[in-house]
Design a protein around this ligand. Structure first.
Ligand code: TPP
Length: 242
């Protein structure tokens, strides 16, 4: 699939994307990598190390910062004193682009251009996509405790990217209510079918979580794998679906 697993440590995916991009450059493959991260990630060391490395080695990478205004309860204003996040690109000698992240066509144009630039050996780009978080960060989060009243409503009512694209397409006579309803029905069925398929997948053996962590498992990893197998055997516990 050429897609990396999700990173839990904020910004860790950035050096990975830069490293893979540099590796592909060394192999003379005309390709590029793309990493996405939030505004909070720009305060992490991994972002700065990745961006610096990308600039020095002209790695074919596109860094897309989804600035949704919040890193859980930390507002963008407390994240950095920089006027924009895109301007951080200047210090690393890479292209910076400040884009309306709720404008689908603008994002498509800028991302395509950045990928083309990267693939043709012209260097990396940092795109700041300005947007807004439409829901809580997680099920443990309650934005009402920190979000200024009315801010979310303003973004939702006036800048929802899906509504904006729909209005644009309808104006161009490329979309209408009938097609919208048909698409929604098709997608509802697709999602229901996908959930059924996923739920009928066999449950993987617990020890498979140790696979594909490293090319060669480390002694500690092997030891932990054995401990898990012994534990499962001792407790006779099978794995049950939640
Ligand atoms: C290094 C690190 N510190 C803290 C956390 C806990 N944490 C998970 S998500 C998050 C906020 C992320 O905000 P942002 O980077 O803006 O991305 P968003 O979730 O808003 O897209 C935090 C602090 C973590 N996963 N990794």
């Amino acid at each position: 699939m050429n897609v990396f697993g999700l990173q839990i440590g904020i910004a860790e995916q950035i050096p990975h994307a830069v490293g893979v991009a540099w590796g592909m450059k060394l192999k003379r493959a005309k390709t590029a990598t793309l990493a996405m991260f939030g505004d909070g990630a720009t305060s992490e060391g991994a972002f700065h190390e990745g961006a610096n490395f990308a600039g020095v080695f002209k790695a074919p990478v596109v860094l897309v910062c989804q600035n949704n205004g919040w890193a859980i309860s930390v507002p963008r204003s407390r994240q950095t004193a920089s006027e924009t996040l895109a301007q951080k690109a200047v210090a690393y000698g890479i292209t910076g682009r400040l884009v309306d992240g709720n404008d689908v066509l603008a994002m498509y144009r800028e991302t395509t251009a950045a990928l083309k630039q990267a693939r043709s050996g012209q260097g990396p780009t940092l795109i700041e996509a300005v947007t807004y978080r439409f829901g809580p960060h997680s099920t443990a989060d309650d934005p009402q405790r920190y979000q200024p009243a009315g801010e979310l409503t303003e973004w939702k009512d006036q800048r929802d990217p899906i509504t904006r694209l729909r209005i644009c397409l309808e104006r161009e006579k490329l979309w209408d209510e009938t097609r919208q309803r048909a698409l929604e029905e098709e997608l509802r069925e697709y999602i229901a079918r996908s959930i059924t398929t996923a739920l009928t997948e066999p449950i993987p053996a617990p020890e498979t979580m140790f696979e594909q962590v490293y090319a060669e498992p480390t002694p500690i990893l092997n030891q932990q794998r054995q401990e898990l197998l012994d534990h499962l055997k001792a407790t006779q516990k099978g794995v049950t679906f939640p």
